[in-house]
Design a binder for this molecule. Structure first.
Ligand code: GLP
Length: 254
């Protein structure tokens, strides 16, 4: 499937949800993968077809040691990529506070805030080349909650494109855990490009294992994985998945 079609489908899932429940709780991801979805949401808001005025949102993760106003902090990134382009109340968009002195308390407060909001309705996700979701690196407990994690060298390298230099990519992050993410009512993972093909194959067709944290999606009752052709190219059953998608009844939605 083409990248723009993927973004449109994910935006449709958000729009359908918000029409049904204007105060829906959205789970936002950073990185390149969801950018097309944010473009779609922004253009639908601009034309008046969608309003996020009453919606609330939670970020997946945040770098430790960056104040929220730092240009590379995920809270700032989401501000630029989505919040200031739609009508959501900026105060209703929360992320884990990686600049706080007591990081353990920051994690507990974040879990509490998600629970208080009634949980996340739709969670957008990307996938790292090592199979991570949010910042749950390989070895993350499938039962994990929001906590501090150490980034792998590969993830720091992958994410260094957003920083002035590799040395400035923080080593530590706060991230929703795999169990936290698993409680969202609908998971929508987007992946594009050949660099993601091995991670996607391991997540979808490999064993459920902490070795590939994204494989935890196999346990979720409502997980949608949206892929372009290169990202899907190492899936053994790709033609079967295509057939399922093409024959999907329209009433079913994503
Ligand atoms: C980061 C983020 C993840 C994201 C991943 C892939 O590590 N913490 O949430 O899924 O990067 O990013 P991209 O979509 O840019 O490939």
């Amino acid at each position: 499937m083409q990248g723009s079609r993927l973004a449109g489908l994910a935006a449709d899932a958000v729009e359908t949800l918000v029409q049904r429940r204007p105060d829906a709780v959205l789970g936002l991801a950073t990185g390149s993968s969801p950018l097309g979805v944010y473009d779609e949401l922004a253009s639908r808001c601009a034309t008046g077809n969608l309003s996020l005025r009453r919606a609330r949102a939670f970020l997946l993760d945040e770098y430790v040691g960056l104040p929220p106003e730092h240009p590379c902090a995920y809270r700032q990134v989401i501000e630029q990529e989505l919040v200031r382009r739609v009508d959501i109340d900026p105060a209703a968009v929360l992320g884990p506070h990686g600049g706080r002195e007591d990081l353990g308390a920051a994690c507990q407060d974040y879990e509490h805030a998600i629970r208080e909001a009634g949980g996340i309705d739709v969670q957008l996700l990307g996938i790292g080349t090592d199979g991570h979701i949010a910042f749950n690196e390989p070895g993350s407990s499938l039962g994990s909650r929001t906590r501090i994690k150490t980034l792998t060298a590969r993830t720091r390298q992958d994410n260094s494109r957003f920083f002035p230099s590799l040395g400035q990519v923080p080593r530590h992050v706060l991230t929703q855990g795999l169990a936290t993410i698993g409680e969202a009512r609908h998971l929508v993972l987007l992946a594009t490009g050949l660099a993601k093909a091995d991670a996607v194959a391991a997540a979808v067709e490999g064993p459920v294992s902490a070795r590939c944290p994204a494989s935890v999606l196999q346990l979720h009752p409502h997980a949608t994985i949206l892929l372009d052709e290169p990202a899907a190219s190492r899936l053994e059953l790709a033609s079967y998945y295509r057939e399922c998608f093409e024959g999907k009844p329209s009433w079913q939605g994503l």
